[in-house]
Design a protein around this ligand. Structure first.
Ligand code: MN
Length: 198
């Protein structure tokens, strides 16, 4: 059973003016789609065809002979997760339960925003920044290229894609502006809460 490109959870223009429908056309329709197509080609006719995406990621992680499989599988997973991290009229203050956890783990909402923004803006080259739950502690992570916390059994709560393809059409080289707009206007706290409660 081949993997399918999941649909976006909102119309293509839902994130405008911060992320354009043109960006989502390329990012979802071309980039995410290519990871799905490549993964299907790489696992076709192998025993991995029967495995879940998460199991394929864990199995191929750190195996130099399976780099292509890991990169494409992890990028399929990361992008599907990323779409849900944004919504129309997102941003603003998090729900009380999350706010309390941000205060406990980072010292406050502003401190969390600064730490998340620093991770996202200092990831050199392509990659991702994350809010994760590791045991009972919330933490910020950044991963290069296709890297994903789930490969190491760490639970992601939130991510931002900082590959240039995520923001270049709308922000060109201004990655910090993309990150600010993501936090202020797009961040889907309902999704973060849902992940926290799973
Ligand atoms: Mn991407």
């Amino acid at each position: 059973m081949a993997f399918l490109l999941p649909e976006l959870p909102y119309p293509k223009d839902a994130l405008e003016p911060y992320i354009s429908s043109r960006t989502l056309d390329f990012h979802h329709g071309k980039h995410h789609n290519a990871y799905v197509t490549n993964l299907n080609k790489l696992i076709e006719g192998t025993e991995l065809e029967k495995e879940s995406l998460e199991d394929i990621i864990k199995y191929s992680f750190g195996n130099p002979e399976k780099t292509g499989i890991f990169n494409n599988a992890a990028q399929v997973w990361n992008h599907t997760f990323y779409w849900y991290c944004m919504k129309k009229h997102g941003g603003g203050a998090p729900p009380k339960k999350i706010l309390q956890l941000l205060e406990k783990n980072f010292g406050g909402f502003d401190q969390f925003k600064n730490a998340f923004k620093t991770a996202a803006s200092t990831q050199f080259g392509s990659g991702w920044a994350w809010l994760v739950k590791d045991n009972d502690k919330l933490d910020i992570m950044k991963t290069a290229n296709a890297g994903t916390p789930i490969a190491q059994g760490i639970k992601p709560l939130l991510t931002i894609d900082v590959w240039e393809h995520a923001y270049y059409l709308d922000f060109q080289n201004r990655r910090p502006d993309y990150i600010d707009n993501f936090i202020q206007f797009l961040l889907n706290w309902d999704f973060v809460l849902k992940n926290l409660q799973e």
